[in-house]
Design a protein around this ligand. Sequence first.
Ligand code: GAR
Length: 203
Amino acid sequence: MEKTKIAVLVSGGGTNLQALIDAEKSGVIGSGEIALVIANNANAYALERAKNAGIKSAVVLKKECADQREFEQKIIDLIEENGVELIVLAGFMSILTEYFTSKYDHRIINVHPSLIPSFCGKGFYGLKVHESALAYGVKVTGATVHFVNEIPDGGEIIMQKAVEIQEGDTPEVLQKRIMEQAEWIILPQSVEKISKKIQSERR
Ligand code: GAR
Protein backbone atom coordinates (compact mmCIF):
# COMPACT_ATOMS: atom_id res chain seq x y z
CA MET A 1 0.00 0.00 0.00
CA GLU A 2 1.21 3.50 -0.74
CA LYS A 3 2.94 5.12 2.21
CA THR A 4 1.61 8.25 3.90
CA LYS A 5 3.51 11.26 2.59
CA ILE A 6 4.99 13.31 5.39
CA ALA A 7 6.32 16.88 5.50
CA VAL A 8 8.54 17.83 8.45
CA LEU A 9 8.67 21.51 9.43
CA VAL A 10 11.87 22.61 11.19
CA SER A 11 13.72 25.70 12.42
CA GLY A 12 17.02 24.63 13.96
CA GLY A 13 19.23 21.68 14.77
CA GLY A 14 16.79 19.07 13.58
CA THR A 15 17.60 16.26 15.99
CA ASN A 16 13.94 15.26 15.96
CA LEU A 17 14.02 15.25 12.16
CA GLN A 18 17.08 12.98 12.41
CA ALA A 19 15.16 10.65 14.74
CA LEU A 20 12.41 10.45 12.11
CA ILE A 21 14.89 9.79 9.28
CA ASP A 22 16.54 7.03 11.35
CA ALA A 23 13.16 5.55 12.27
CA GLU A 24 12.17 5.36 8.62
CA LYS A 25 15.46 3.62 7.83
CA SER A 26 15.15 1.13 10.70
CA GLY A 27 11.52 0.35 9.96
CA VAL A 28 10.05 1.92 13.14
CA ILE A 29 8.20 4.12 10.64
CA GLY A 30 6.91 1.68 8.05
CA SER A 31 3.64 3.31 7.05
CA GLY A 32 4.97 6.75 6.16
CA GLU A 33 7.75 8.38 4.18
CA ILE A 34 9.32 11.79 4.67
CA ALA A 35 8.71 13.44 1.32
CA LEU A 36 9.63 17.01 2.17
CA VAL A 37 11.40 19.14 4.80
CA ILE A 38 10.39 22.79 5.13
CA ALA A 39 12.51 25.24 7.15
CA ASN A 40 11.69 28.80 8.17
CA ASN A 41 15.39 29.50 8.67
CA ALA A 42 17.91 29.21 5.83
CA ASN A 43 20.72 28.32 8.26
CA ALA A 44 18.89 25.49 10.00
CA TYR A 45 21.20 22.49 10.38
CA ALA A 46 18.09 20.39 9.79
CA LEU A 47 18.47 21.28 6.08
CA GLU A 48 21.87 19.52 6.05
CA ARG A 49 20.27 16.46 7.61
CA ALA A 50 17.60 16.41 4.89
CA LYS A 51 20.25 16.77 2.19
CA ASN A 52 22.35 13.94 3.65
CA ALA A 53 19.31 11.70 3.66
CA GLY A 54 18.40 12.65 0.07
CA ILE A 55 15.14 14.30 1.12
CA LYS A 56 13.75 17.25 -0.81
CA SER A 57 13.75 20.50 1.15
CA ALA A 58 12.47 24.07 0.89
CA VAL A 59 12.95 27.30 2.82
CA VAL A 60 10.11 29.73 3.51
CA LEU A 61 11.17 32.98 5.19
CA LYS A 62 8.69 35.14 7.04
CA LYS A 63 10.68 38.28 6.26
CA GLU A 64 10.12 37.67 2.55
CA CYS A 65 6.35 37.56 3.04
CA ALA A 66 3.99 40.52 3.32
CA ASP A 67 2.25 38.99 6.35
CA GLN A 68 1.58 35.79 8.31
CA ARG A 69 -1.14 34.75 5.82
CA GLU A 70 1.31 34.81 2.90
CA PHE A 71 3.89 32.88 4.96
CA GLU A 72 1.35 30.18 5.75
CA GLN A 73 0.03 30.11 2.17
CA LYS A 74 3.53 29.44 0.83
CA ILE A 75 3.82 26.43 3.15
CA ILE A 76 0.33 25.25 2.15
CA ASP A 77 1.29 25.49 -1.53
CA LEU A 78 4.38 23.31 -0.95
CA ILE A 79 2.31 20.78 0.99
CA GLU A 80 -0.33 20.57 -1.75
CA GLU A 81 2.19 20.44 -4.63
CA ASN A 82 3.92 17.49 -2.95
CA GLY A 83 0.81 15.50 -2.06
CA VAL A 84 1.61 15.64 1.67
CA GLU A 85 -0.93 13.98 3.98
CA LEU A 86 0.73 14.41 7.37
CA ILE A 87 2.57 17.48 8.67
CA VAL A 88 5.06 17.07 11.52
CA LEU A 89 6.29 20.09 13.47
CA ALA A 90 9.71 19.04 14.78
CA GLY A 91 11.26 22.03 16.52
CA PHE A 92 9.32 24.45 14.30
CA MET A 93 9.53 27.74 16.19
CA SER A 94 6.66 29.59 14.59
CA ILE A 95 3.02 29.47 15.68
CA LEU A 96 0.61 28.64 12.86
CA THR A 97 -2.77 30.37 12.89
CA GLU A 98 -6.22 28.94 12.37
CA TYR A 99 -5.94 29.77 8.66
CA PHE A 100 -3.39 26.96 8.43
CA THR A 101 -4.49 24.57 11.19
CA SER A 102 -8.16 24.44 10.14
CA LYS A 103 -7.15 23.09 6.72
CA TYR A 104 -5.42 20.07 8.28
CA ASP A 105 -7.61 18.85 11.12
CA HIS A 106 -5.87 15.87 12.84
CA ARG A 107 -3.22 15.98 10.13
CA ILE A 108 -0.62 18.12 11.97
CA ILE A 109 1.39 16.82 14.91
CA ASN A 110 3.89 18.57 17.15
CA VAL A 111 6.48 17.50 19.69
CA HIS A 112 6.69 19.66 22.81
CA PRO A 113 9.41 19.23 25.48
CA SER A 114 7.22 19.09 28.60
CA LEU A 115 4.28 17.16 29.97
CA ILE A 116 1.37 19.26 28.65
CA PRO A 117 -0.51 21.08 30.25
CA SER A 118 2.62 22.14 32.18
CA PHE A 119 5.09 24.63 30.70
CA CYS A 120 3.37 25.02 27.34
CA GLY A 121 1.55 27.57 25.18
CA LYS A 122 2.74 30.86 23.75
CA GLY A 123 6.30 31.77 24.79
CA PHE A 124 7.21 28.24 25.88
CA TYR A 125 9.62 26.89 23.31
CA GLY A 126 13.09 25.36 23.21
CA LEU A 127 15.27 26.00 26.26
CA LYS A 128 12.68 28.34 27.83
CA VAL A 129 10.52 25.30 28.61
CA HIS A 130 13.34 23.65 30.56
CA GLU A 131 14.34 26.91 32.31
CA SER A 132 10.73 27.23 33.52
CA ALA A 133 10.52 23.62 34.72
CA LEU A 134 13.77 24.04 36.70
CA ALA A 135 12.70 27.43 38.11
CA TYR A 136 9.40 25.94 39.29
CA GLY A 137 11.21 23.04 40.90
CA VAL A 138 9.21 20.15 39.43
CA LYS A 139 10.89 16.77 39.87
CA VAL A 140 9.39 15.10 36.80
CA THR A 141 8.98 16.55 33.32
CA GLY A 142 9.05 14.95 29.86
CA ALA A 143 7.71 15.33 26.36
CA THR A 144 4.34 15.34 24.63
CA VAL A 145 3.32 14.62 21.05
CA HIS A 146 -0.05 16.12 20.19
CA PHE A 147 -2.27 17.16 17.31
CA VAL A 148 -2.05 20.83 16.40
CA ASN A 149 -5.08 23.10 16.40
CA GLU A 150 -5.52 26.87 16.69
CA ILE A 151 -4.59 26.86 20.40
CA PRO A 152 -0.79 26.74 20.90
CA ASP A 153 0.01 23.31 22.41
CA GLY A 154 -3.74 22.82 22.94
CA GLY A 155 -4.59 19.93 20.59
CA GLU A 156 -5.43 16.33 21.51
CA ILE A 157 -2.53 14.41 23.08
CA ILE A 158 -1.17 11.40 21.15
CA MET A 159 1.70 10.23 23.41
CA GLN A 160 3.59 11.41 26.50
CA LYS A 161 6.71 10.19 28.27
CA ALA A 162 7.99 11.27 31.67
CA VAL A 163 11.64 12.10 32.42
CA GLU A 164 13.10 12.70 35.88
CA ILE A 165 14.91 15.89 36.78
CA GLN A 166 18.23 15.35 38.53
CA GLU A 167 20.07 17.46 41.06
CA GLY A 168 22.27 20.06 39.39
CA ASP A 169 20.48 19.92 36.03
CA THR A 170 20.98 22.91 33.75
CA PRO A 171 18.41 23.69 31.02
CA GLU A 172 20.84 22.30 28.43
CA VAL A 173 21.45 19.03 30.30
CA LEU A 174 17.73 18.59 30.91
CA GLN A 175 16.89 19.34 27.27
CA LYS A 176 19.28 16.65 26.09
CA ARG A 177 17.93 14.06 28.54
CA ILE A 178 14.34 14.77 27.47
CA MET A 179 15.29 14.46 23.81
CA GLU A 180 17.14 11.16 24.34
CA GLN A 181 14.68 9.56 26.76
CA ALA A 182 11.41 10.89 25.36
CA GLU A 183 11.21 13.02 22.19
CA TRP A 184 13.30 10.85 19.87
CA ILE A 185 11.25 7.83 20.95
CA ILE A 186 7.66 9.05 21.09
CA LEU A 187 7.82 11.30 18.01
CA PRO A 188 8.67 8.44 15.58
CA GLN A 189 6.19 6.13 17.33
CA SER A 190 3.43 8.73 17.03
CA VAL A 191 4.28 9.43 13.39
CA GLU A 192 4.00 5.71 12.63
CA LYS A 193 0.69 5.47 14.48
CA ILE A 194 -0.89 8.39 12.61
CA SER A 195 0.65 7.44 9.23
CA LYS A 196 -0.87 3.97 9.59
CA LYS A 197 -4.26 5.47 10.47
CA ILE A 198 -4.17 7.75 7.42
CA GLN A 199 -3.25 4.75 5.23
CA SER A 200 -6.16 2.72 6.54
CA GLU A 201 -8.61 5.58 6.02
CA ARG A 202 -7.46 5.87 2.41
CA ARG A 203 -8.57 2.33 1.62
C1 GAR B 1 12.96 20.17 20.77
O1 GAR B 1 13.26 19.99 22.12
C2 GAR B 1 11.47 20.37 20.58
O2 GAR B 1 10.67 19.61 21.43
C3 GAR B 1 11.34 21.84 20.91
O3 GAR B 1 12.48 22.43 20.34
C4 GAR B 1 13.55 21.48 20.24
C5 GAR B 1 13.98 21.38 18.80
O4 GAR B 1 15.13 20.57 18.65
N1 GAR B 1 10.11 22.37 20.40
C6 GAR B 1 9.42 23.33 21.01
O5 GAR B 1 9.79 23.89 22.02
C7 GAR B 1 8.12 23.71 20.33
N2 GAR B 1 7.27 24.43 21.23
P1 GAR B 1 15.53 19.92 17.26
O6 GAR B 1 15.57 21.03 16.20
O7 GAR B 1 16.90 19.37 17.53
O8 GAR B 1 14.54 18.85 16.93
